[in-house]
Design a protein around this ligand. Structure first.
Ligand code: ASP
Length: 599
């Protein structure tokens, strides 16, 4: 070993000991004829002091710069009274250096490593090894390790086995776009990287493993957003002989214990985690990933408005749409300019407009007069009517109503965006609270207008409700699936389902998705066949590990918790991947590249 101790671990009880340390120069300063260096290693910082009497060492210290790598020999000494640093765990002591060796020099880093400054994203990724050298990022990686370790221990204790499933797979055109890998030995054939180990884990249930998990890398060739990466990690789980209650119960237990173990600074808002059916979540929050840290619950105002002459509302109701809205407490005084900005937000979400109703005064919503109501639709309704709307939304005087009109899909989208926006503007969401909930009974199918066919909302191995098989032909939109999501603070953390385990049922679903027998056999023959050999009832889930870690370390962007993430255009800034390969490599893989004319 090049050292005897980690500098950051030294304490007053080490005073008098001879130590050898190694690490990076975090900062150097000269004071009173002495040179002080904060030496950084994986344990943190320690102050090392160079006296002019130690001629050689002192001279070296004068020349070192930030990020040089040093090895120092010295003795631990208590700092003088008044010069202790209570902010530094090793701040009671310093190391008086007798000898120093420069293990390596360093160029001036493109951004400071020793402090949290805002650095352009691409520069950070280009010099990721320096970015990760920063304390926050190192700590994020350590937390990630701790969370993964917690997960492995948890599942191990519950009798699960971690199984590695193949990375080279058969392409499955359903779902997201695949990453393809050409086969050299099968000219013209391709593997696909897994979008999830879905089929493998189900086959492991057929195999009788009963309890499987994996920290699994998955790949999806999608357009990226802040919370997406082309490769990401899932906690993937499958169990046999279980129903929804077992799986949701386990998820709740896992996340509760995980938060207690690795994120004790967080408060869990509600236990047991509230459960909403998909319909209920859409009705109350306009979203299948509701942020329930705050209220702002959406109400249906249609019954109170039916029969109105106000054309906009009247037309919507006649067309089968609804008028829905929610109250924002204490926002009654929102200035006009800000209200206009909200209308713009609603428009961007697809609405024609947004009706605002501001109640003046204070206290209960009684005895309203026309003067107490500020609204662009004030002349179409009476103060009594506004009182009814306000009461339905649980409003008081001094509150603001935001009301959208249209088909449910539209009003849900608009009101969801507005709920989140208002919560942010009015700081209603406590960052230290984790509000988990489950959303269940998702629709099984959704209409794909582009390809003119029905798609599976979760995936095609998800079981519909048994009684809904009967309406699958006539009313696919009404078929409920046994799929569920785990949601926290408005983020989807994970999801899964109880699966189909009988081949004839799977054929029925495939048929509804427009996958005929021949195609079904070609793509899913192995699953259909496996299910004929006594497949047990089974189900499972997958949770985004990157999101889980981001949530527990308080980061918004999953790239902050991935060691070497890709940019938004899926490139690696450091290595330059993806990049062209040599003609020889292409020939070997039997690939001829045909670029679109614009490239
Ligand atoms: N395979 C699914 C996913 O990746 C999760 C599951 O159904 O278990 O989202």
């Amino acid at each position: 070993m090049l050292r005897t101790h980690l500098g950051g671990d030294l304490r007053a009880e080490h005073a008098g000991q001879a130590v050898v340390l190694a690490g990076w120069v975090n900062r150097r300063r000269d004071h009173g004829g002495l040179a002080f260096i904060d030496l950084r290693d994986s344990s943190g910082l320690v102050q090392v002091v160079f006296h002019p009497e130690q001629g050689d060492a002192f001279k070296v210290a004068e020349d070192v710069r930030n990020e040089y790598v040093l090895r120092v020999w010295g003795e631990v000494a208590l700092r003088r009274d008044g010069s202790q640093n209570p902010d530094l765990p090793s701040g009671a002591i310093e190391v008086i250096v007798s000898q120093v060796e420069v293990l390596n020099s360093s160029e001036t880093p493109p951004f400071p490593v020793n402090q949290e400054t805002t650095v352009d994203e691409l520069t950070r990724l280009r010099y990721r090894y320096l970015d990760l050298r920063r304390e926050r990022m190192t700590e994020n990686l350590r937390m990630r390790h701790r969370i993964v370790k917690f997960i492995r221990d948890y599942f191990d204790e519950q009798g699960f086995a971690e199984v590695e499933t193949p990375v080279l797979n058969l392409a499955t055109p359903e779902g997201a776009r695949d990453y393809l890998v050409p086969s050299r030995v099968h000219p013209g054939n391709f593997y696909a990287l897994p979008q999830s180990p879905q089929q493998w884990k189900q086959l492991l249930m057929v195999a009788g493993l009963e309890r499987y998990f994996q920290i699994a890398r998955c790949y999806r060739d999608e357009d990226l957003r802040a919370d997406r990466q082309p490769e990401f990690t899932q906690l993937d789980v499958e169990m046999s002989f279980v129903d929804e209650q077992d799986i949701l119960g386990m998820l709740e237990d896992l996340y509760t214990k995980m938060v207690t173990a690795v994120g004790p600074q967080f408060t869990l808002q509600t236990r047991p985690f509230p459960r909403f059916t998909y319909d209920e979540a859409m009705e109350r929050y306009g979203s299948d990933k509701p942020d329930i840290r705050y209220g702002l619950e959406i109400q249906d105002l249609t019954p109170l408005i039916r029969g109105t002459d106000f054309a906009v509302f009247k037309n919507v109701i006649e067309a089968g749409g609804r008028i829905r809205g929610f109250a924002v407490p204490g926002a009654g005084e929102t200035p006009r300019r800000q209200l206009d900005a909200l209308i713009e937000v609603a428009r961007e979400a697809g609405a024609q407009g947004l009706v605002t109703v501001a109640f003046g005064g204070e206290g209960a919503l009684t005895g309203l007069t026309a003067d107490d109501v500020r609204s662009p639709v004030a002349r179409f309704f009476t103060p009594e009517q506004f009182t009814e709307w306000g009461a339905a939304c649980g409003a008081s005087r001094g509150d603001l109503l935001l009301i959208a009109a249209g088909p449910d899909a539209l009003t849900s989208r608009v009101l969801d965006v507005l709920r989140r926006r208002m919560a942010e503007e009015h700081q209603l969401a406590d960052e230290q609270t984790l509000a988990f909930c489950f959303v269940t009974e998702f629709p099984m199918f959704e209409w794909d207008a582009q390809d003119n066919k029905w798609n599976a909302v979760h995936h095609l191995f998800t079981s519909p409700f048994e009684e809904d098989f009967a309406i699958m032909g006539e009313q696919p939109e009404a078929v409920r699936s046994r799929a569920y999501d785990l949601v926290c603070n408005g983020w989807e953390i994970g999801g899964g389902s109880i699966r189909i385990h009988r081949p004839e049922k799977l054929m029925q679903v495939l048929g509804r998705l427009g996958i005929e027998r021949e195609e079904a056999t070609q793509k899913f023959g192995h699953m259909l066949e496996a299910f004929t050999y006594g497949a047990p009832p089974h189900g499972g889930f997958a949770c985004g590990l990157d999101r889980t870690v981001a949530m527990l370390v308080g980061e918004r962007d999953i790239r902050e918790v991935i060691a070497f993430p890709k940019t938004k255009s899926a490139s690696d800034m450091m290595t330059g991947a993806p990049a062209p390969v040599s003609g020889a490599q292409l020939t070997e893989a039997h690939i001829a590249v045909a670029l679109p004319p614009s490239v």
